[in-house]
Design a protein. Structure first.
Length: 168
């Protein structure tokens, strides 16, 4: 019995093609699962950091008092209070900037992004928040976008005591 090497080669190529297709499907599924895991991780990390930031704002009496007074006027705060205000409010703004990037990549839900945005706008729309922002903020394109939202009232600015009831 003579072997037909061409037919045997064709069968080998066929099965090799099947193996390649199965491998691509497997790697595609693995990549999708990896992306889903990264998305879930981004959400959890962002939310944890946000909660730590808020916890710091409400549990430290010195920070709370400096921020409460800073809502009225950033310039009337003492230097150490200005530093507290600047560090905490700056952290909130930076957190919003990260939230904006995560939202653009659809890694966090819209309601979290807009909740964070309303929180930041409520603070920066206070007289002291505006003084701070105009005095010390680094204007990134997102920062400029935020200022325009506040100045043009793109999102209805809620009173800070409505967004932050513990500061009333």
């Amino acid at each position: 019995m003579a072997m037909n090497w061409e037919a045997l080669g064709a069968v080998g190529e066929f099965f090799g093609g099947i193996v390649v297709i199965v491998s691509l499907i497997y790697f595609g599924r693995q990549l999708r699962q990896s992306n889903e895991h990264a998305e879930a991780n981004a959400y959890v990390e962002w939310n944890s950091a946000w909660n730590r930031l808020l916890n710091d704002l409400v549990t430290d009496q010195n920070v709370q008092e400096a921020i409460r007074r800073g809502f009225t006027s950033f310039y009337e705060l003492e230097k150490h209070e200005q530093a507290l205000f600047q560090m905490r409010i700056g952290a909130l703004v930076n957190h919003w900037l990260v939230a904006a990037e995560l939202k653009d990549k659809q890694l966090i839900p819209d309601e979290l992004y807009y909740g964070c945005l309303d929180f930041v706008i409520a603070i920066l729309a206070t007289p002291g928040g505006m003084e701070y922002w105009e005095h010390d903020a680094e204007f990134t394109p997102r920062g400029q976008e935020l200022m325009m939202m506040i100045k043009n009232n793109v999102r209805k600015v809620k009173p800070v005591t409505e967004v932050l009831p513990w500061w009333s």
